[in-house]
Design a protein around this ligand. Structure first.
Ligand code: SAH
Length: 357
């Protein structure tokens, strides 16, 4: 049975499902989910990510985390964690760049939080020179200082979508239903939504707001560990502050696709609303930095100097590729502005380098 047939059967039995349930099934269904069945990254896959574009991204992230660790008195042991590590490229670049940081590798316990069995295999191969551990959830992170990075992880978490319905306090949820075996989007009944009370003042009839409930418990664990034991986290993703509008998108073979067209065959993501993440961080007594465009963050960390250093040994097409990668990561017309960075850090420490309180 295809994933689509499974979803149609489930809807016939239980009624229309939330966009969040649809996303979760498409991405992580145990046998037919998008991430559970393939390595989606790179030129042969459906999308690419900053660490796959250039080693410079992971190197600078690694040095940023290592500097935070040094600023906080080099605590040992500490957890070095990545959420959704993809092919392990980012963690590999972090570890290579920090080899010369005295004591860093000896103190680090590497934990990879990954849901995909296929990608776990790829990560094990990429990181074969190290001793990573895998966890199914951040709840398994030990009670010790935590240095964490999440690049394009939160955008893969399921979102519910609500339409402001009329001039009162009512919302109706967008739901995935079926007709004659085809999936389609419909609307649930109009009613108040407690979780959206604070959005009544900045939305009007017809506006769409997305809620990512799954992100909050994850942030709560991360912020809790950092507040009580020290460390830092870097959350990098496309998105903004205070979400408005439908940002659910499907990517297949590097092209946009209809999110309902081929369940389990396309990557599904939604932009990250950083505001609820920041609120959850503060609720744990942890600090967060200002939301900063990726291009600005990487420039502050010295990506141009790093590109110049790397360029000295390159010529021809390799040099062109390096210049293109630098531009792609930093330029406002490319990933530089669309992607944002938010850092987490304890109240007694300085924010991670490249970010402001
Ligand atoms: N960070 C990597 C990969 C981004 S793709 C990079 O920048 O290249 C998203 C990653 O998150 C994949 O590794 C995917 O398998 C993982 N993932 C998605 N949802 C997850 C979940 N709920 N729990 C754990 N990992 C998840």
């Amino acid at each position: 049975m295809s994933l689509k047939d499974h979803l149609v059967a489930r809807i016939r039995q239980d009624g229309p499902m939330s966009v969040a349930d649809y996303m979760a099934e498409c991405l992580l269904h145990p046998t037919r989910g998008y991430y559970t069945t393939r390595d989606p990254l790179g030129a042969a896959g459906d999308f690419t990510t900053a660490p796959e574009i250039s080693q410079m991204f992971g190197e600078l992230i690694g040095l940023c985390l290592a500097q935070s660790w040094m600023n906080q008195g080099r605590p040992a042991p500490f957890t070095l964690c990545e959420l959704g590590p993809g092919r392990g490229t980012l963690m590999g670049d972090i570890l290579r760049a920090t080899r010369a940081v005295a004591g860093f590798h000896d103190a680090a316990r590497i934990v990879l939080v990954e849901a995909s069995p296929v990608l776990k295999q790829v990560q094990a191969d990429t990181l074969r020179d190290y001793t990573p551990n895998w966890a199914d959830s951040v709840a398994e992170l030990p009670d010790q200082p935590l240095l964490l990075v999440a690049n394009e992880f939160f955008d893969a978490l399921p979102v519910r979508q609500f339409l402001r319905d009329g001039d009162g306090d009512g919302w109706s949820e967008r739901l995935v239903g079926e007709r004659d075996g085809e999936l389609l989007i419909g609307r649930g009944p109009n009613g108040p939504q407690v979780a959206l009370t604070d959005r009544l003042s900045d939305t009007k009839d017809g506006d769409l707001v997305e809620l990512c409930a799954a992100a909050i418990p994850i942030l709560t664990v991360i912020a809790g560990r950092i507040a009580s034991h020290g460390g830092a986290a870097l959350i990098v993703d496309y998105g903004d502050w205070h979400s408005l509008g439908d940002t659910l998108q499907a990517l297949q073979n590097h092209e946009h696709a209809d999110p309902l067209a081929a369940p389990g065959q396309a990557d599904l993501t939604a932009h990250v609303d950083f505001e609820p993440l920041a609120i959850a961080t503060r609720a744990c007594g942890c600090r967060h930095t200002r939301l900063t465009p990726q291009g600005v963050f990487l420039e502050r960390l010295g990506i141009t100097a790093r590109a110049q250093a790397l360029s000295r040994t390159l010529s021809g097409s390799e040099l062109d590729a390096l210049i293109a990668a630098h531009r792609r990561l930093t330029h406002p017309d490319e990933m530089g502005n669309l992607f944002k960075v938010m850092g987490l850090y304890p109240a007694y420490a300085a924010p991670p380098p490249g970010l402001e309180p």
